[in-house]
Design a protein around this ligand. Structure first.
Ligand code: FAD
Length: 505
């Protein structure tokens, strides 16, 4: 029997990280623990983080949230993937659509057969075999988990959501089980014997003690860094963008079921469609562009009417040397941040909580648990980092000093290996259970202009006529499937339209 169980968890921070952690921990741990969350209205939250990946839907299942209610509450829309514009050269466009592409055949993944077929100049491109890509192209959506009775998987989707409303929604959900305290933490008390955090002190003078502390205080890392001096690994030599300027604008039609990421002279710009407005942000490298220039470029390219003045944000892509140090686990921006090109930060909060639950400690916080948590966290961060670097490094574009510098980024070994294997025969290797699956690597490698010099010899075993029939059958099935889907805007109107008053917009 465990004679020193965790009884009191203190979460510092009430942004997406704080409330997501509170909701998940309170659901998983039930009455065994008291959870207290401290947040400061004066400091507020970062107020960005509006594009997600499909794993976010697992949270709904775990917390028992109704998807329509969630989308209505956060004024959300559906995200089927990301459209990358102007990355390889101005005017070019490719998709990272979620979900599977085609079907495996024999011993080979689908793309090996497609690569063979693609030697013909008129052969359809890869995205003709992705249901998500077809729905993106026609702005359609339905909750279709399979393509009829066929082995083809249906749509895979995530959400665009209003970050402030999402944190509020999770807060409402967790409210009954989590004690919320409004106040500013001004001091962190450490236990002299072992340096564990004993309590946090608020500006009001109140002291809150705990057995386990979760640092969700944002970039600053009030507990993990200010108090425990854990250290931060700076990855700007791999991911050079370090600033963003953000501004909302009025909603534009059509309501797109995808995020747009448009390359810019010293970075890139996002467009995120919400029900009541669009989110816009320009991510850039301060070494090559001033804040004023970045803001002017953003404002000049916004679709619709600007609703607020642009707001500047600074960040350093990288990760905390240890996300779990002593009795403190950092989640969200306090744990690290990789720029938002593939919308991975909210996912990292979720997977961090899941990891913590799998390795849940007692009050002693066994060093073996801490080491394993940090090892798994590092693996997840580093493989996501590599996927992001791919977008910058594998690029034909050399038209500005920023993109010229990107072409010189030294690749981490796992990424170098992945690119070499893809180039030499279209092989995609995925390390263990890294986040991004084969279709994601495939689309971004091809999209960024890495062309395999050949295909697997096993693909040649299939008769040409068989291959043609296999491919055309998949295209027909996907075409029929997408034809019966309603438009994305129609889906939202029918299932989850938010009541939006002009003042609320
Ligand atoms: P915050 O929102 O900063 O919250 C910190 C909390 O700590 C607040 O409640 C604050 O009041 C509290 N706090 C701080 N100090 C104290 C104190 N002394 N006392 C008491 N309370 C305190 N993620 C995605 O998944 N998709 C995206 O598209 C995306 N886009 C992004 C774009 C940009 C430019 C940036 C910078 C980030 C983006 N992110 C994105 C990341 C996303 O915004 C964060 O992961 C998410 O919002 C979680 O933030 P947080 O809760 O860790 O921090």
């Amino acid at each position: 029997m465990n004679d020193s169980p965790i009884r009191q968890i203190v979460i510092v921070g009430g942004g997406t990280a704080g409330w997501m952690t509170a909701a998940l921990l309170s659901r998983a741990l039930g009455e065994q623990v008291d959870i207290r969350l401290v947040e400061s209205d004066e400091i507020g939250t970062i107020g960005v983080g509006e594009s997600t990946i499909p794993s976010i839907r697992l949270i709904n299942a775990f917390l028992g949230l109704d998807e329509d209610d969630l989308l209505r509450s956060v004024r959300g829309t559906i995200k089927l993937g990301i459209q990358f514009n102007d990355w390889t050269r101005p005017g070019d466009s490719y998709l990272h659509a979620f979900g599977d592409i085609g079907l495996p055949l024999g011993l080979l993944p689908f793309h090996s057969h497609w690569l063979r077929s693609h030697q013909e100049p008129a052969a359809p491109d890869l995205w003709a075999y992705s249901l998500n890509a077809r729905a993106i192209a026609t702005h359609r959506f339905a909750r279709m988990e399979r393509v009829g009775e066929t082995p083809l998987t249906g749509l895979r989707w995530a959400y665009h959501l209003d970050a402030g409303l999402y944190a509020r929604y999770l807060r409402q959900h967790a409210a009954q089980r989590v004690q919320r305290t409004e106040g500013k933490v001004v001091k962190v008390h450490l236990r002299p014997a072992d340096g564990f955090i004993e309590s946090v002190q608020l500006a009001s003078g109140e002291t809150i003690a705990g057995d386990l502390f979760i640092d969700c205080s944002g970039f600053r890392g009030l507990l993990i860094e200010d108090a425990l001096k854990t250290g931060y690994e700076d990855w700007r030599h791999w991911l050079p963008c370090d600033r963003a300027v953000v501004a909302p604008s009025s909603r534009v039609e059509p309501l797109r079921p995808f995020t747009q990421a448009n390359a810019r002279p010293a970075g890139w710009q996002w467009r995120i469609p919400l029900q009541h407005r669009s989110g816009n942000g320009h991510v850039y490298c301060s070494q090559f562009m001033s804040d004023d220039e970045a803001a002017a470029l953003l404002v000049g390219s916004i679709e619709g009417e600007l609703l607020e003045q642009p707001r500047q944000l600074r960040f350093t892509s990288g990760m905390r040397r240890q996300s779990w140090n002593r009795n403190c686990v950092a989640l969200g921006l306090a744990a690290g941040f990789m720029e938002p090109l593939e919308s991975t930060s909210i996912h990292l909060i979720q997977s961090g909580v899941q990891r913590l639950l799998n390795l849940f400690p007692d009050r002693h916080c066994d060093t073996a648990l801490i080491a394993e948590y940090n090892r798994q966290t590092r693996f997840e961060y580093e493989r996501i980092r590599d996927f992001l670097i791919l977008h910058y490094r594998a690029i034909a574009r050399r038209d500005t000093p920023f993109w010229q510098q990107c072409a010189r980024i030294a690749l981490p070994e796992p990424l170098e290996r992945k690119i070499a294997l893809f180039r030499s025969g279209g092989r995609i290797v995925r390390d263990a259970d890294e986040l991004f699956a084969e279709p994601a690597w495939l689309q971004v490698m091809l999209g960024q202009g890495i062309v395999p010099t050949g295909h697997s010899p096993l693909a040649d075993a299939l008769e040409q006529a068989q291959l043609d029939e296999f491919l055309s059958h998949i295209r027909t099935l996907l075409e029929r499937a997408v034809d019966v889907m309603p438009g994305h805007a129609e889906f939202i109107a029918r299932h989850c339209a938010a009541a939006i008053t002009p003042a609320a917009a």
